[in-house]
Design a protein around this ligand. Structure first.
Ligand code: FAD
Length: 465
């Protein structure tokens, strides 16, 4: 497909609809709009438009569709697979200025938001009202539009599910500029194919999300985390599914080995308590009364020590301990990045029972490729974050080794009945692996969906497929 580049007449039209201050070109566009958080994919847009309102977006899309100008939607740019990078040039549409919280409906327990609202602002807004939006992806400065477009996961997925489970309705603008509402303030919906669920996780390739209706529930009274040390990786990974199957039902079960704490400690300049063990599970429990949480925590602790061979169970209950452990956990990605010259990442998701074997394979791969490959995991949902570190490799060797390592990692994940991405999406960086490890008929159906929504392919071209 050949696309048009943005010309003077296009810019005039954009300025009329978005206002002069919201249309940027050339060097006035900050370099950050040429990449996402991981910086493995680069391309500057011809024009950057700051989203103002739905009407302007409708006019833009109708026009871009007619002219064949690519439009790449962008939230906060915290993605890790190049999904918000305009690889075919054209327009980047920055949604962060559309950041109003529109309506909190206490009768229907819903929250209407514009797509540029940050995850951290949603949490703060609903918590003041004693309510809870459960999805908890690690990067709190991501937009809700970006979270929906990537079907973001996060720590609490074990008990509460992922972003898709909390999106009741969407208002979207299609590639031809038509706007429509999908789903709504309804808790159930069996009304034909769920177009809303197709948009969730579509990474800006099917439509632009201009409003979302989110599900809320009453907030738990409190949440307590338990840090459980184990003598080995294997022991922690064997314990994890048993902990999840136990009646105490954790909200989150994170897995890490000692090296990840050390990366974080050196990055943050602070030690976490009890960092001397080989491997850990970090499990969180919540409930609707404080007494119930205390009871659950006591029961889970006894189970971990008596039945799962945890060395001990450390209560992460004071503000100080919570901050130190969760800040260190939240810094893993940044800490690994800071430990080397460049990283690339793999976000496979596997049946939980396959994790011990898969991570042994990763260790062997690290040795055979002579690459440093740290990892940690949302082990509660079988999702691993595995990083390849460049260290002092020259460009050619780095490219060669990452290709060998990724080929092997995705191949092995497929053998373990795993999938290419658990939560970061496919974007541009993981397309090869989606194609390689998907059934041909499935890919045809995905291509047909893309064509049905966006026949001229202007929305975020060259992504996912
Ligand atoms: C430290 C760190 C921790 C992270 N932890 C997690 C985690 O726990 N779980 C997880 O899932 N991810 C995680 N991520 C990845 C990232 O934060 C998520 O993918 C997030 O959902 C991206 O949101 P964003 O606003 O930054 O979107 P961007 O990166 O700007 O865009 C991501 C995709 O969404 C599309 N998009 C954005 N807004 C819209 C819209 N309004 N309409 C249509 N499409 C749109 C873009 O086109 C692009 O395809 C983490 C990232 C970092 C840096």
């Amino acid at each position: 497909m050949t696309f048009s580049t943005v010309n003077r007449d296009d810019l005039k039209a954009f300025i009329e609809w978005f206002g002069g201050n919201n249309v940027l070109t050339g060097d006035t566009i900050d370099e950050e709009y040429a990449h996402d958080e991981l910086k493995t994919v680069h391309r500057r847009p011809d024009a950057l438009l700051k989203a103002t309102d739905e009407a302007a977006i409708r006019r833009l899309l109708a026009y871009a569709n007619e002219r064949g100008i690519p439009v790449t939607v962008r939230g906060s740019g915290t993605g890790l697979v190049g999904a918000c990078v305009p690889v075919e040039g054209g327009v980047v549409l920055d949604m962060t200025p559309m950041n109003k919280i529109l309506d909190l409906d206490k009768d229907n327990l819903t929250l209407d938001v514009e797509p540029g609202v940050l995850l951290l602002d949603i949490a703060e807004h609903v918590e003041k009202e004693g309510l809870f939006y459960a999805p908890d992806p690690g990067e709190k400065t991501a937009t809700i539009g970006g979270n929906i477009a990537t079907n973001a996961g996060g720590m609490r997925a074990v008990k509460y599910g992922v972003t898709r489970d909390w999106v009741l309705g969407l208002r979207v603008v299609l590639a031809d500029g038509t706007a429509m509402d999908l789903g709504g303030k309804v808790v159930k919906n069996s009304s034909g194919y769920s177009l809303k669920d197709l948009i969730v996780g579509s990474e800006g390739t099917l439509a632009v999300i201009v409003k979302a209706t989110l599900k809320l529930i009453p907030a738990p009274a409190k949440a307590i985390s338990l840090l459980m040390p184990f003598s080995s990786r294997e022991a922690a990974l064997v314990a994890a599914p048993k902990l999840i199957a136990h009646t105490t039902l954790p909200t989150a079960v994170e897995f890490m080995e000692q090296d990840m704490w050390k990366y974080s400690e050196s990055f943050l300049g602070k030690n976490i308590p009890h960092d001397e063990h080989a491997a850990y599970l970090l499990a969180t429990y919540d409930a609707t009364t404080e007494g119930a949480v205390d009871e659950i925590v006591e029961c889970a602790s006894a189970f971990a020590v008596d039945k799962l061979d945890a060395h001990d169970v450390y209560l992460i209950d004071t503000d100080d301990r919570k901050q130190s452990v969760w800040n260190a956990r939240g810094a893993f990605l940044e800490a690994v990045k800071a430990s080397t010259t460049e990283i690339d990442e793999c976000d496979v998701v596997l049946p939980r029972s396959q994790l011990p074997g898969y991570l042994s394979f990763i260790q062997d791969l690290s040795e055979s490729t002579d690459l440093r490959i740290p990892y940690f995991g949302h082990v509660g949902d079988g999702n691993l974050h595995i990083y390849l570190c460049r260290d002092d490799l020259d460009e050619a060797t780095w490219k060669e080794k990452t290709a060998i390592a990724f080929d092997a990692m995705y191949e092995e994940a497929a053998k373990c009945q795993g999938l290419v991405s658990g939560e970061h999406g496919i974007g541009y960086a993981k397309k090869t692996y989606l194609r390689r490890h998907s059934d041909a008929r499935q890919l045809e159906l995905m291509e047909a969906v893309k064509t049905a929504f966006d026949p001229k392919g202007i929305l975020n071209p060259k992504k996912i497929l």
